[in-house]
Design a protein around this ligand. Structure first.
Ligand code: PMT
Length: 221
């Protein structure tokens, strides 16, 4: 059931952490390693997809055979995704994208002083933007990294960003989520489905997520 869905499809992913510069040597970022996103890229490749990853900063190497485009700032990641999205059959947003960036970037290294107040402004929401532009034949998969009100926030993101699937992870835990080798997630879909995945190596989990997504698409489409 749905076993060959990914075969011949173009799967586009965002992976890793975006970095928002403060000055020539400093940036705001987060702890995403790229493990979860690269595991999904590898699983899609094994299922016969053509895979392109738009990667922010990552601390693990990309899987062999996966085409990687680097985009460190959120703005750069948005532009790379915008260019590739129209040709994508599936878009998976696994990147941990900065929600804010410094309003101005200092041209010289900021000097040490008594007190420094940073003014931040929101970054573009890449996934939300693709949710607006999407065609109905495209499949959109988002993540939700939450520390509280997990289920409510996940369902809200699924609807608000116009997604087909949303993978919820609890990032308040140290044994799963950011940087860990393992993850434990709940997959929600726009047709009311809810599937729980116990703690497992991210590579094994990634394959199970794609299996469930393929099966759900075969059942509902
Ligand atoms: O890389 P690892 O160390 O393996 O860790 C994996 C992970 C915990 C980073 C990953 O599983 C994960 O949860 N990624 C999404 C992190 C995140 O930014 O979640 P969010 O709830 O803030 O964002 C919701 C969704 O919108 C995500 O799909 C995100 O990629 C996307 N988004 C968010 C903000 C923004 N400006 N643009 C976006 O595209």
């Amino acid at each position: 059931e749905g076993g060959s869905f990914f075969s011949g499809k173009f799967v586009l992913l965002t992976v890793g952490a975006t970095q928002e510069p403060l000055d020539p040597v400093r940036f705001l970022s987060n702890r995403s390693s790229g493990k979860m996103g690269f595991a999904l890229a590898e699983a899609a490749l094994r299922r016969g997809a053509r895979v392109v990853v738009v990667a922010g900063a990552t601390s693990v190497p990309p899987p062999p055979g996966v085409e990687v485009r680097r985009a460190l700032r959120t703005e750069d990641m948005l532009h790379a995704v915008e260019e590739l999205f129209p040709a994508a059959d599936v878009f998976i947003a696994a990147a941990a994208v900065a929600d804010y960036r410094p309003k101005s970037v200092a041209l010289q290294k900021i000097k040490k002083g008594n007190r420094l107040v940073l003014e931040l402004e929101p970054t573009p929401d890449i996934l939300m933007e693709m949710g607006k532009r999407r065609r109905s034949d495209q499949v959109l998969v988002g993540f939700a990294a939450e520390t509280e009100n997990l289920e409510a926030n996940a369902r809200d993101k699924l609807v608000r960003k116009n997604l087909d699937f949303l993978v919820l992870n609890d990032v308040s835990r140290a044994d799963v989520g950011f940087e860990a080798d393992e993850n434990e997630v709940v997959l929600y879909d726009r047709w009311g489905g809810r599937f729980t995945f116990p703690r497992e190596d991210k590579r094994v989990l990634a394959d199970k997520l794609l299996e469930t997504i393929a099966a759900r698409l075969a059942a509902v489409r």
